[in-house]
Design a protein around this ligand. Structure first.
Ligand code: PLP
Length: 394
């Protein structure tokens, strides 16, 4: 028999990548499309990082490395945690992987047995539920809406826990919401997870993109107990504009990290060697470029948010981090004759020539996601086009 395995029968391709591909196709055929679908910073990787990568290749550092990553990169990550959060980890508590995405994939493989549940707040990053299912697990969604600032409460988590629950995912700053959990909110969540004895998977990939003078708080830094229960996921993709280099990592429980490293030794061997040297420089070199990019994102947000809010039927909460806006467009859809957000997003692409991501892919049926990882001029033009489209069809 040459049939596919049942584990991929319900697998849906990433909606983010799908709409971006369609927009690219239209653009290549000569149509003036503005793409607001991107999930990556629009800056080149900083020069010092490029140089370090090139230098490492010239020095012949182009061979296999240990499966869990170069000790020097682990040390750079350890130093980062110490400096940023005053968290202390040892090398055995860190695994470097091929981007945060694959680190998460590997994590679910080692903590989930068939039927184990993972609590995922909605709207969620597209890959969480698919990765949980691929590991035989069951995603359990709890809903956060615009009225709850797109954040779930500790009580919602407590109510969703069953004897099968293995973990909850907290993504702060969040994709697609841009929301940040306060220290107090994280504390109540940590208390519930400790009480219920479940893992806290804390995806902190947008850690460095925080606005309005706020500071990132990791749930792991709240107490020793919280740290032991938390598996922190992070990487250099968003902070250092290194999406294509594919370097992410986990910090946390030694047994989990050890199992993940063993699994990597049979699946990936190691993250790309050159990328690891680049990531060492990303953390050990100047951080000035990180701040330049962050403040540029903030300027864009401050400029574009008021304009987006003026579109009739768009209800937008101002995000506090990451580089996405997630307007609730239910009223605009109702007034312009759309009964689902996929059709609405498609119309924006075909008629207004602006590519946005429909919230359905994030488990959020009334929203669209706009990425502001593009120039202010293009952002303003895109919002003008969307505004005109809504007005014409109202
Ligand atoms: N987690 C979230 C919330 C993301 O948005 C992304 C990328 O879009 C990732 C993880 C994966 O990042 P990486 O490029 O390190 O795989």
């Amino acid at each position: 028999m040459r049939t596919l395995a049942s584990r991929v029968s319900t697998l849906s391709p990433s909606t983010t990548l799908a709409i971006t591909a369609k927009a690219k196709e239209m653009k290549e055929s000569g149509i003036d499309i503005i793409g607001l679908g991107a999930g990556e910073p629009d800056y080149n990787t900083p020069d010092n990082i490029l140089q370090a990568a090139y230098q490492s290749m010239l020095e012949g550092k182009t061979k296999y490395t240990p499966s869990g990553g170069l000790p020097a990169l682990k040390d750079a990550v350890i130093e980062k945690f110490k400096k940023d959060q005053n968290l202390t980890y040892g090398r055995k508590e860190i695994m470097i992987g091929i981007g945060a995405k694959h680190v998460l994939f590997t994590l679910f493989q080692v903590i989930l047995d068939p039927g184990d549940e993972v609590i995922i707040p909605t709207p969620y990053w597209v890959s969480y539920p698919e990765q949980v299912k691929l590991a035989g697990g069951v995603p359990v969604h709890i809903e956060a809406t615009a009225t709850s600032q797109f954040k779930v409460t500790a009580e919602q988590i407590a109510n969703a826990v069953t004897s099968k629950t293995k973990a909850v995912i907290i993504n702060s700053p969040g994709n697609p919401t841009g929301m940040i959990y306060s220290k107090e909110e994280l504390q109540t969540i940590a208390d519930v997870c400790l009480d219920k004895d479940i893992w806290i998977i804390s995806d902190e990939i947008y850690e460095k993109l925080i606005y309005a003078g706020q500071k990132h708080v990791s749930i792991a830094q709240l107490s020793d107990d919280a740290k032991q229960r938390t598996l922190v996921i992070n990487g250099v993709s968003k902070s250092h504009s290194m999406t294509g280099w594919r370097i992410g990592y986990i910090a946390g429980d030694q047994e989990v990290v050890n199992a993940m490293t063993d699994l990597a030794s049979h699946s990936t061997s190691n993250p790309t060697t050159t990328s690891q040297y680049a990531a060492i420089e990303a953390y050990n070199g100047t951080q000035d470029t990180v701040e330049v990019m962050r403040s540029d994102f903030e300027t864009r947000l401050d400029r574009i948010y008021p304009q987006l809010s003026k579109i009739p039927g768009f209800n937008v909460i101002k995000p506090q981090g990451a580089f996405y806006l997630l307007p609730d467009v239910s009223e605009a859809m109702a007034k312009t004759g759309f009964d689902n957000v996929d059709d609405f997003a498609e119309a924006l692409l075909l008629k207004a020539n602006v590519a946005v991501i429909p919230g359905s892919g994030f488990g959020s049926d009334n929203t669209i996601r706009l990425s502001y990882a593009t120039s202010i001029d293009l952002l303003e033009e895109a919002v003008r086009r969307i505004h005109a489209f809504v007005k014409e069809n109202w």
